[in-house]
Design a protein around this ligand. Structure first.
Ligand code: CA
Length: 231
């Protein structure tokens, strides 16, 4: 296997296929395209990809069916779903059926790249960090197994949500995370609190963990997108 990440793009709009493929190949990803759902499912079932970008409305087999069937067959490849504007039900259903993230068309290519990067890092880093069980940045020490956080040796009290948020940020180190992603991953799509909830929890984490919460060094704001953790 190559060490370049390989991405399966399942999409039937020729123009969009061309745009996405070109852009991903510029980033040196290996891109395979399936232009209908049946081919997409067959290809995805090999488990040979690092990420699947999956359109919802596809000829032969729909994106939701593909997503569900892959998960039922134990294929854990991250799935980034592409939904048309207004397909809110499909988005929620897609996440319930095992998709990892979704993007609504039309989207900026830069945003797609950011999401792709997050998904590719997520698996790798989650594996690495949970293997070790511990992580540190600055004078902060995290113990994932004991859910223990210390700063300069003193225990820091975090709520369960703060800990989950911190953990998710750390697992996705370097990747840009949108408020919607953080809501989905930490709060779950059923709860549907506002994105303001995310901002409030980020502010609390900064107060507890940063040297100076007004000038954070680790939990950074990415204007126009969301947040990013840099260890
Ligand atoms: Ca389509």
């Amino acid at each position: 296997m190559s060490d370049k990440p390989s991405i399966l793009l399942v999409e039937d709009e020729a123009g969009l296929v061309m745009t996405i493929r070109d852009r991903l190949e510029e980033e040196r990803y290996i891109v395979e395209v399936a232009e209908d759902g049946a081919k997409g499912y067959k290809e995805a079932s090999t488990g040979n990809y690092d990420l699947i970008i999956l359109d919802l409305m596809l000829p032969e087999k729909g994106g939701l069916d593909i997503c569900r069937d892959l998960r039922q067959n134990g294929i854990e490849t991250p799935i980034l779903m592409l939904t048309a504007k207004g397909q809110v039900i499909d988005k929620v259903l897609g996440l319930k059926l095992g998709a990892d993230d979704y993007m609504q068309k039309p989207f900026e290519m830069m945003e797609l790249l950011a999401r792709v990067e997050v998904q590719l890092r997520k698996k790798k880093r989650a594996q690495e960090k949970s293997d070790i069980g511990e992580y540190s940045f600055g004078d902060v020490q995290l113990n994932f197994k004991k859910m223990l956080v210390t700063k300069a040796g003193d225990e820091v009290t975090l709520s369960a949500k703060e800990f989950q948020l911190l953990r998710f940020l750390v697992e996705n180190e370097g990747g840009i995370l949108t408020r919607d992603q953080l809501l989905n991953e930490v709060w779950g799509y059923d709860a549907l609190p506002s994105t303001r909830t995310v901002d409030v929890h980020i502010a609390w984490l900064r107060q507890k963990l940063e040297e100076d919460s007004r000038y954070p060094r680790y939990i950074l704001t990415v204007h126009g997108f969301g947040y990013k953790f840099v260890g």
